[in-house]
Design a protein around this ligand. Structure first.
Ligand code: 5AD
Ligand code: SF4
Length: 433
């Protein structure tokens, strides 16, 4: 039976789809890359904002039309929305055949076989706060870069966030298992890895903390580049900053979510740090790694946010100058604390504020890219450029897409490229011989 998986949301979902691919592959299902070939379509979903859920519900109802010509087609939902809504998802769309939550992926082969034998609706969304999918190794979708999950769940309960409810309590995978997985990946030719967790800085397994895990991964010979997401500012220690700076494989790149630049709002978000503390970390990072690129997440229009409080976020973004910012309009998530706050900011104001942040960041990002002109950057060559067959594209250590004249044989290699131009959010350069 052929299965097509469509993935939404964060990198954790991408990694989970790879895990699910491996679970299904072990049970002799075939994963296909074309939806037209599928007997089963699985949507791996995100709940972080209402918009994310609406989008996938729209996609699901579009694909339902296939059932008219392919009577045996089954459609399933996994991921955070499956976990959050469970069997109620069937009220959204009667055509959904199965719903499987984030801790129950091992049951997918059995559930799918069951519903083919005897067509019925099945839902398995029990929370298992211990599930770390031990001894299961994901099948990676890319050929050059791989995600490696180092922990699952989140204990932080930021007041706006649904993740601690959908993904359950934080648990770290055993360090040995992570190292073994990365060694295997390295043998297959992957040189660039991204460690994943909702809050990687609180990784802890039998007294191996995140800094120590990074040190150990840095020693794996075949791996050339290490990145990680997501870091929580409250748990990013000086030790981690030091290890980042001294480990040659850990890239000069960090995603560090600010969310707001106002202390009162940060408190109401339950973030556990002040704007000053955040700024201090940024300074430490830049001192330790002058070339570091820092990206962030910002929420506009959190409940109770006044114009002055919004302005503090704006000003701090201007002061820090992130390389990029993912900006979001606050979206109330039922069951979270912030959704209960009575001082919700009207939609139009949330949108106006969001647009201001987008405009500001766009200017800063363009400037940041232009500042790269004249520098020499090491590029991991990943593919032929979308615009020209004579050009290759890859990423710098600080995660900037760079395009330069070259041939396909370079794919998978590291080359030094002198940056000669920045066009929008792409660097242009030429290889140094
Ligand atoms: N509304 C808007 N943005 C949110 N995020 C998380 N929850 C919400 C919400 N309810 C954003 C945060 C987080 C990113 C992944 O999504 O900025 O860092
Ligand atoms: Fe959500 Fe906060 Fe956990 Fe991130 S750290 S997943 S924003 S609760």
């Amino acid at each position: 039976m052929k299965i097509y998986i469509e993935t939404y949301g964060c990198q954790m979902n991408v990694a989970d789809s790879e895990l699910v691919t491996s679970i299904l592959d072990n049970s002799n299902f075939k994963i296909v890359r074309e939806i037209d070939e599928a007997d089963i379509i699985i949507f791996n979903t995100c709940s972080v904002r209402q918009h994310a859920e609406d989008r996938v519900l729209g996609r699901i109802s579009n694909e339902m039309a296939r059932k008219q010509t392919n009577k045996n087609l089954k459609i399933g939902v996994i991921g955070c929305m499956a976990q959050r809504l469970g069997e109620n998802l069937q009220n959204q769309n009667k055509g959904i055949d199965f719903v499987v939550g984030v801790d129950q992926y091992k049951h997918l082969p059995e559930i799918i076989s069951n519903i083919f034998e005897n067509p019925h609706f099945e839902s398995e969304t029990m929370v298992n706060n211990k599930e770390i999918y031990e001894d299961l190794y994901p099948i990676h979708s890319g050929k050059l870069n791989a995600f490696v999950t180092i922990m699952r769940g989140c204990n932080n309960f930021c007041s706006y966030c649904i993740v601690p409810y959908t993904r359950g309590r934080e648990r770290s995978r055993p360090a040995d298992e992570i190292l073994k997985e990365i060694e295997n990946i390295g043998k297959k030719g992957y040189k660039d890895i991204t460690l994943l967790g909702q809050n990687v800085n609180s990784y802890d397994f039998n007294n191996v903390n995140f800094a120590e895990l990074l040190r150990r991964i840095n020693r794996i010979e075949t791996i050339e580049r290490i990145r990680f997401v997501t870091s929580h500012p409250k748990d990013l220690s000086d030790e981690v900053i030091a290890v980042m700076a001294e480990s040659e494989k850990v890239c000069e790149y960090l995603h560090l979510a600010l969310q707001s630049g106002d202390d009162e709002i940060l408190k109401r978000m339950n973030r556990g740090y002040s704007a000053d503390h955040f700024y201090t970390i940024v300074q430490k990072l830049r001192k330790a790694m002058p070339e570091i690129a820092i990206t962030t997440d910002i929420i506009a229009g959190f409940p109770g946010e006044t114009e002055e409080q919004f302005q503090r976020t704006y000003d701090l973004m201007e002061k820090i100058r992130f390389d990029y910012a993912f900006t979001f309009k606050y979206s109330p998530r039922s069951g979270t604390k912030a959704a209960e706050f009575t001082d919700q900011v009207p939609e139009e104001i949330r949108l106006t504020r969001l647009q201001k942040l987008i405009d500001l960041q766009q200017d800063i990002t363009l400037q940041k890219y232009r500042e790269q002109i004249g520098k020499t950057k090491q590029i991991y060559v990943e593919r032929v450029s979308k615009k020209s067959a004579e050009e290759m594209a890859g990423k710098s250590r600080d995660f900037k897409i760079t395009v330069f004249p070259g041939s396909k044989e370079l794919i998978g290699q590291f080359v030094d490229v002198k940056i000669i131009d920045a066009i929008g959010w792409t660097l242009k350069g030429k290889i140094l011989e």
